[in-house]
Design a protein around this ligand. Structure first.
Ligand SMILES: CC(C)=CCC/C(C)=C/CC/C(C)=C/CC/C(C)=C/COP(=O)(O)O
Length: 292
């Protein structure tokens, strides 16, 4: 027996017959019978006098049906309106433009991410570069950044240095918190081709949106460019590091392109929050006294 046709979400499509017979009984659509097919509207706006442009198409009103595609003998004129179908059996024939655009973007994202995931495994086309990508992964990991900042704080002997490092610590902790919140909220699974062999992870790191490495890369590089006096080549290197780190996330198969793109945006915005809440001996004297 052929399996029922399914809609885009994998749910069975049901064409309801207005006659009271079941779909497999003689005279029913499945038997080439004459019953009136209906794909019921989610809004049933025609019946309720709603906006006709939003109404989903009723097959009985469609040109195909009007031309008499089912001009079968023994047609029984419908008398009573058909019973409403359960919500999950209805077919939305008028998806919104935004819905189509989002689905298309998602499809491009998945396709591109799969194509770029050339270091996802040892046997992948660029599998030999994988160790280098994993080294890059550690360079953007939260632990080395947190420990490095704490170490520098402990060694710093100037107020100005301490202030910058204190704010870097605040930025890194804020980033961990906000990314964990977002990941827990969105719950997008990592790509299927990812191997979960990452260096120390938190429980939310089974989710991929947004990329924590990309947020950190954008946040830290903006922070460094704003607070360290660096020669131009070093400034270029900082930006390159952030960009290559983001790209490596997709190449390793850890993320889809949109996870990284949004991660860069989010990290960049997080710096604005840090800058706005800048901690100094004036607005957070206790913090600085306690550290001493
Ligand atoms: C040392 C101090 C002051 C606090 C420690 C706070 C803390 C809980 C640190 C955890 C660091 C950690 C395990 C971060 C996870 C980094 C990670 C794997 C992110 C995932 O990145 P993604 O790009 O794959 O999304």
């Amino acid at each position: 027996m052929p399996s029922p046709r399914r809609n885009i979400e994998g749910r069975p499509l049901v064409a309801s017959a207005s006659s009271s017979s079941s779909s497999s009984s003689p005279g029913s659509p499945a038997h080439g019978g004459s019953s009136r097919f209906e794909f019921q509207s989610l809004l049933s706006s025609r019946a309720s006098g709603g906006d006709p442009t939003c109404a989903r198409l009723r097959v009985s009103d469609s040109p195909v049906h009007r031309r008499g595609s089912f001009p079968l003998a023994g047609a029984v004129p419908s008398q009573a309106p058909p019973p409403p179908l359960p919500e999950e059996d209805r077919m939305d024939l008028n998806p919104s433009f935004l819905g189509i655009a989002l689905r298309s973007l998602l499809a491009i994202d998945l396709w591109l991410s799969k194509k770029l995931g050339v270091c996802a495994g040892e046997s992948s086309s660029w599998g030999s570069v994988r160790p280098l990508m994993k080294l890059l992964e550690i360079s953007g990991h939260g632990i080395p950044w947190l420990l490095g900042t704490l170490y520098c704080l402990s060694r710093s002997d100037s107020w100005a240095g301490r202030e910058v490092l204190m704010n870097l610590l605040f930025a890194l902790l804020l980033d961990l918190l906000l990314v964990a919140l977002l990941k827990g909220l969105v719950r997008r699974r990592r790509p299927a081709h990812n191997q979960m062999d990452m260096f120390v992870t938190l429980s939310v790191d089974k989710y991929s949106f947004p990329s924590g490495h990309a947020t950190r890369a954008a946040l830290v590089s903006r922070f460094i460019l704003n607070h360290l006096v660096l020669a131009i080549p070093l400034r270029v290197l900082v930006v390159l590091w952030a960009f290559i780190l983001g790209l490596s996330r997709v190449m390793l198969g850890r993320h889809n392109v949109t996870d990284v793109a949004f991660g860069f945006f989010w990290g960049y915005m997080q710096y604005s929050i840090v800058d706005y809440c800048w901690l100094s001996p004036h607005n957070a004297p206790l913090l600085f006294v306690l550290w001493n």
